[in-house]
Design a protein around this ligand. Structure first.
Ligand code: NCD
Length: 363
């Protein structure tokens, strides 16, 4: 039995692990409906929450924000829009870009931020329960942005809050080996900006540890909203994309091909998306046995890549792209990184219903 309508905010279901497992087993579409609180975007937990109209709207808001904030007047205005809101950044896994871009995105919108980056400094260490910790974060802030090693931590946090009188939006800023939807949003935005004619009709090459890379999993799902996209999944056999994503692509009619021939696939790609080995998820150092030497982008490969292609990487890189490639005009990963700022600001603005007020302000 699915839990009762969560839009009422009534403690309709028992909280705790049993209740979460029941909830977690629901299809994502049902979970999204239960967690939406009557708004199109409230929690941001899964790539599946974004359809094409929403992606297009986010893109427009990003464009608008980057122009608005170019002048002092515009930037000052943007900083008034959510100056009555507070954000909590709960990052229990290492992060540079996602943390800084979320924090600065909040500041661009005038929000105050607080953070826990090391759970050893919080009362979790005194044995406080998961539920009490999440409720406490919600007591002091209006949105909780979470990065966690566990796949379901953010989803669980959202579920817990729906059994309490105070519900605040939860944003997944990287969930284990599961998903990283906001990275996929900034990747989509970057591809749309940098590819002549946008994403439709292009070939996306995803390279590296596709098995555990949460960015490529979320990005592949987003590609279902763009016509005639081909995906080349390029990895060593040990790091192949997991079947859940392949099934979703097949069901949506997205053409994909799996290969280990990195150099061969390069000439077909419009977007070359490189990733690192996610060895923090190794059980016993098993990544060391995988030969990834053939999945490195070096200057000698550049002549194989289409003249108008783009090269992306969610970063941090650890040797998958030779720094000499940075000089090539097709290297777009530093622009991609900066786009994280606008995308996350646009997302938060949308969650708080500030889209209209921002768009109404002419530059
Ligand atoms: C990615 C992540 O954390 O999944 N980094 C990021 O958010 N920019 C990719 C990675 O760490 O490999």
């Amino acid at each position: 039995m699915p839990p009762a309508d969560a839009t009422t905010d009534k403690p309709a279901v028992k909280s705790g692990l049993a209740a979460f497992e029941e909830f977690h087993a629901l299809p994502i579409s049902e979970k999204i409906a239960l967690l939406s609180r009557g708004r199109e975007l409230y929690h941001c937990l899964f790539a599946e929450q974004f359809d094409r109209p929403l992606l297009d709207r986010l893109g427009r808001l990003c464009d608008h924000l980057r122009v608005l904030t170019k002048t002092k007047e515009g930037d000052d205005f943007v900083a008034t829009v959510l100056s009555h809101r507070r954000a909590m950044l709960y990052f229990s896994q290492p992060s540079t870009r996602t943390f800084l871009s979320f924090q600065n995105a909040c500041h661009i919108l005038g929000m105050k931020t607080c953070e826990i980056r090391d759970p050893r400094t919080s009362s979790e260490m005194k044995g406080e329960s998961f539920e009490d910790s999440i409720r406490t974060f919600a007591s002091y802030t209006d949105i909780i942005i979470i990065r966690h090693f566990e796949n379901n931590f953010a989803e669980h946090a959202a579920r817990v809050l729906h059994g309490t009188p105070r519900v605040v939006p939860i944003v997944n800023a990287g969930a284990g080996t599961f998903q990283h939807p906001t990275q996929a949003l900034l990747d989509v935005y970057t591809m749309n900006r940098c590819l002549e004619g946008g994403i439709e009709g292009t070939t996306l090459m995803l390279v590296g540890d596709l098995k555990r890379g949460r960015t490529v999993r979320s990005l592949a799902l987003m590609m279902r909203h763009y016509r005639d996209v081909r995906i080349l999944l390029v990895s060593p056999p040990e790091f192949r994309m997991r079947p859940d994503i392949l099934d979703a692509l097949r069901a949506a009619g997205v053409f994909y091909e799996e290969t280990s021939d990195f150099a061969g696939a390069l000439s077909e790609a419009d977007t070359v998306y490189m990733t690192r080995v996610q060895d923090e998820h190794d059980a016993a150092g098993e990544s060391r046995a995988v030969n990834v030497a053939g999945f490195v982008l070096r200057p000698e490969h550049l002549r194989r890549i289409k003249p108008k292609a783009i090269i992306l990487h969610p970063l941090p890189r650890r040797g998958e792209i030779d720094p000499a490639v940075d000089l090539d005009p097709r290297a777009a990963y530093w622009r991609q990184e900066r786009n994280g700022l606008w995308t996350r600001a646009a997302l938060i603005a949308m969650i708080f219903g500030a889209e209209k007020a921002l768009l109404a302000r002419i530059t």
